[in-house]
Design a binder for this molecule. Structure first.
Ligand SMILES: *[C@@H]1O[C@H](CO)[C@@H](O)[C@H](O)[C@H]1NC(C)=O
Ligand SMILES: *[C@@H]1O[C@H](CO)[C@@H](O)[C@H](O)[C@H]1NC(C)=O
Ligand SMILES: *[C@@H]1O[C@H](CO)[C@@H](O)[C@H](O)[C@H]1NC(C)=O
Ligand SMILES: *[C@@H]1O[C@H](CO)[C@@H](O)[C@H](O)[C@H]1NC(C)=O
Ligand SMILES: *[C@@H]1O[C@H](CO)[C@@H](O)[C@H](O)[C@H]1NC(C)=O
Ligand SMILES: *[C@@H]1O[C@H](CO)[C@@H](O)[C@H](O)[C@H]1NC(C)=O
Length: 784
């Protein structure tokens, strides 16, 4: 009888419960409740209990509290992620233990491969250490190829069968390692080995937002169906594999990650957006990333490589990557992050916290020449990595805007967006499509759908002279904007325009190289205008590395059924792992160095000239500035012996956080009454925003070179300013000795009189040198 009653009770109530759930769900969001750092005294279950009881204090029932909890962060990070109403969140934020409470959604993080729509890219044949083959070999040998250094990546997973992740001949897993091999769909314990020593996945935040994972769009496991994670992982730690190439044989050579004997721990945190093609991007939830970083710290990684960023500038206290990276730094883990792909617009950087290495992207000295010959005999230089078997004859040439369906809006007519072309008009022809909207590879698929014989992808003016190469699905090449206009002019000038796309080939030792990628995000830093970011640039344009066989090289697996073991890809996503690899090798050579010392070594040894000996240029061929390249192009072999380093401790970062008003990061830490000046953080670069006349900045360098040495100051002041150091000579008599100095930056009177309203920056640099070592720091200054 009782049973019967209760059944009726449940049945009756069910619709009510559902209704109230949906109502409340509309107001409920995932919040991160952050307690700061751990005092390290409590057992894990006690921490979890504390999280539970706090959560319970704002929830009605134990079950509700349990159901709303997504993660307890309990290793290094102390906090939890839970589904809360705004009321509950605000109640929690008033509690004494709580440092901050902030909403995870609708901020959106994604992998830094595609520029929202547009930009859909270590390894170079000879490896990234090729300033000089001999130096590179010596460096790698000294670093034991990264042996026993553990590199963690937050990404889309890994394709474990790739030869780049073979563990042949590798020694036992380092004893310090505490991570796991989490199994799941198409991923069992045999997929980890002595190369892939850790694999985990994090999806609670994603599931809470999107519901179930579509099994045909990704694997519920550390396996990568996207390609991105396989590419970045093999860039850092990929084994040396001979005779590999992208589809069609492009970039054929020996592929090797930067640190080929380092170990990989993959933390899969990025997943497909349901119903969206992967070429349009993916999503990585903050609560999932925090859980991954907390585990990575506890597992024992030495370096973290994070090619992920938010689509808006985020304060440090409101940015899971910044918070996670701070805890990683506390554990002396080097954290490399991508600067973002939103250039060339200024102030577009992500990942600008001073405890990270922020990495921009530049080209390498290789191109993929795929010229077009026009009916009038004119030959236009194009670039592509499209395998092509087009018949050697002239085809009719059309402009996309002239062969569209009638309903396509005028501003999108040249774009070859899905469904826009008329098969009647485009069939059998070579179609010129312009960039600007839609993905590059998607335009090729549209031309193919319309029956085109081939296509030419024209840059928009914003892309400048830079071509990001793709493996299109039909004969294709890509041209710079001026050349696209020449093709248009020719087409307009004749009744029966024709063209032929010549199969592309790989060209090496191109000049000038490197140059800055158009897409690389630029300073000035939105979060702290007195911190120069990015820190460094590294190869990120048309990079060859391993790929997932679960996805096509275009990441359009619904329409493109090709499979590629290696693929060419572009983005700051690709440059970040280059720097992570350099950090891994430096860790192997200097195991006692702090993460700040490693970053300093990479920054102060960077190069600011290209292979013609001229200043690095941007996508338009103009001189580039530290707002795109930071301290310059990384030179890992030089970084191994930097002479001096600008060191900084975890406490220095906390003091900095106090000064910048990010006290929320550091509740357990008592901010001093008289805070240090933000600008005095011991950083290897200087940025002064709105200088009012004169400013003096403090710095300290530590000798890591020869025991007895004398360093002299030199400077190239920003135009309109003077720079003085005091003292201007530094004497060292032992390794490990530190010396402080001040730098005084003064605006010249005539400049002060002019005062620019636009907050324009002038750039220069200063160096300390003892002869063999040149320790360079860039300076950026604007006037009040
Ligand atoms: C893991 O899966 C592979 C097939 O992908 C299989 O050959 C292997 O035996 C499996 N290992 C275990 C431990 O189940
Ligand atoms: C899952 O993804 C496939 C391929 O993208 C799609 O065809 C299918 O409709 C999706 N299923 C659901 C339930 O969304
Ligand atoms: C490299 O591989 C290609 C095809 O994959 C093959 O034709 C060629 O002979 C190989 N070259 C060497 C040196 O092994
Ligand atoms: C791309 O298309 C969307 C939708 O039509 C439009 O809002 C946007 O302005 C377009 N962007 C460019 C660069 O053409
Ligand atoms: C050529 O013709 C196209 C239309 O087909 C037009 O939009 C364009 O302005 C013309 N361009 C030049 C360079 O003559
Ligand atoms: C700049 O300095 C002058 C004199 O040192 C002072 O009077 C003025 O208020 C300062 N301006 C700003 C914007 O701080």
């Amino acid at each position: 009888m009782e049973k019967f009653n209760s059944i009726i009770f449940v049945l009756l109530l069910l619709p009510l419960i559902l209704a109230s759930c949906t109502l409340q769900d509309q107001q409920k969001q995932v919040y991160i409740v952050y307690f700061g750092e751990h005092n390290g005294e409590k057992a894990l279950h006690e921490i979890e209990d504390t999280h539970h009881s706090l959560l319970l204090s704002v929830k009605d029932t134990v079950d509700e509290a349990r159901a709303s909890l997504l993660y307890s962060y309990k290793h290094s990070i102390n906090g939890f992620a839970a589904v809360l109403t705004p009321d509950q969140a605000s109640k929690l934020s008033e509690m004494e233990e709580v440092v901050s409470v902030y909403q995870s959604y609708p901020k959106k993080y994604s992998l830094h491969t595609t520029r929202s729509w547009e930009f859909a890219g270590i390894e170079e044949a000879e490896g990234p250490w090729r300033e000089s083959k001999k130096e590179g070999d010596e460096f790698l040998f000294k670093a034991k190829y990264g042996k026993d250094v553990i590199v963690g990546l937050l990404d889309s997973g890994v394709w474990p069968e790739s030869k780049s992740f073979s563990d042949e001949g590798m020694g036992p897993i380092p004893k310090s390692w505490k991570g796991i091999c989490q199994t799941g769909v198409a991923f069992n314990s045999s997929h980890c080995n002595r190369k892939i020593i850790g694999a985990r996945y994090y999806i609670k935040g994603y599931l809470r937002n999107y519901g179930a994972l579509n099994a045909s769009e990704d694997y519920l496991s550390p396996r990568d169906k996207d390609g991105h994670g396989t590419h970045t992982s093999s860039t850092v730690v990929g084994r040396t594999v001979s005779n590999v190439s992208a589809l069609g044989g492009f970039a054929r050579g020996t592929a090797s990650g930067g640190a080929p004997l380092a170990r990989l721990a993959i933390y899969k945190v990025c997943w497909p957006i349901p119903g969206e093609s992967k070429a349009n991007g993916n999503t990585c939830f903050e609560e999932d990333m925090l859980a991954a970083i907390d585990d990575a710290i506890n597992d024992g990684v030495d370096v973290l490589s994070i090619s992920i960023g938010a689509n808006m500038p985020l304060a440090y206290t409101d940015d899971g990557i910044a918070i996670g990276a701070l805890h990683a730094t506390q554990n002396n883990i080097v954290v490399a992050c991508s600067a973002g792909n939103s250039g060339p617009t200024p102030s577009t950087l992500s990942n600008t916290a001073p405890w990270m290495i922020t990495v921009g992207a530049s080209s390498v000295d290789r191109s993929f020449a795929g010229p077009v010959v026009l009916g009038n005999g004119m030959k236009i230089e194009g670039q592509t990595v499209t395998p092509s078997k087009q018949e050697n004859k002239m085809y009719p040439l059309v402009y996309a805007g002239d062969v569209v369906n009638p309903d396509v809006p005028e501003n999108l007519q040249g774009q070859c967006l899905p469904g826009s072309l008329s098969p009647e008009k485009a069939k059998g022809k070579i179609v010129l499509c312009m960039r600007g909207n839609g993905t590059r590879v998607g335009k090729g698929i549209e031309v193919q759908r319309a029956g085109g014989a081939g296509f030419i992808l024209g840059n928009s003016p914003a892309n400048g002279a830079e071509i990001a190469c793709d493996a299109h699905v039909l004969p294709a090449t890509a041209v710079v904007y001026d050349d696209a206009m020449k093709i248009l002019q020719y087409k307009n000038s004749t009744k029966n325009p024709t063209a032929h796309i010549i199969p592309a080939s790989t060209v090496v030792h191109t000049k000038p190289a490197p140059s800055m990628a158009a897409f690389t995000s630029r300073g000035p830093n939105n979060i702290d205008p007195n911190l120069l970011k990015p820190d460094i640039t590294a190869p990120g344009l048309n990079i060859l590395a391993a790929w997932s066989e679960g996805d096509a090289p275009t990441r359009l697996s619904n329409q493109d059924h090709r499979v590629a073991k290696y693929n060419i890809f572009s983005g700051t996503s690709m440059s970040c792992p280059h720097v992570a690899a350099a950090a891994a090798l430096l860790k192997a050579i200097h195991p006692t160095w702090s993460s700040a010392a490693i970053r300093s070594a990479i920054m102060t040894s960077a190069g600011i000239r290209n292979n013609l000996g001229f200043a690095l240029t941007d996508e338009a061929g103009n001189p580039a500035t530290p707002f795109s390249y930071g301290s310059g192009h990384f030179r890992p072999t030089k970084a191994a012996d930097p002479g001096l380093v600008y060191d900084a401790s975890y406490t220095d970062y906390l003091l900095y956080a106090c000064s910048i008003g990010a006290k929320d990061l550091v509740k357990a830490f008592k901010c001093p009454k008289a805070s240090i000046k933000v600008i005095d953080l011991n950083y290897p670069s200087i940025q002064i925003s709105k200088l009012n006349g004169t400013l003096t900045v403090k710095r300290t360098v530590t000798n890591v070179g020869s025991s007895k040495s004398v360093y002299f100051f030199t400077a190239k002041p920003p135009m309109g300013f003077s720079i003085k150091a005091s003292p201007s000579i530094l004497f060292f008599d032992h390794v490990g000795q530190s010396k402080s100095f001040t730098i005084t930056v003064k605006a010249r009177t005539e400049v002060l009189a002019k005062k620019n309203e636009k907050d324009e920056y002038a750039f220069g640099w200063y160096t300390w040198t003892d002869g063999p070592h040149i320790v360079r720091s860039p300076i950026a200054v604007s006037l009040a």
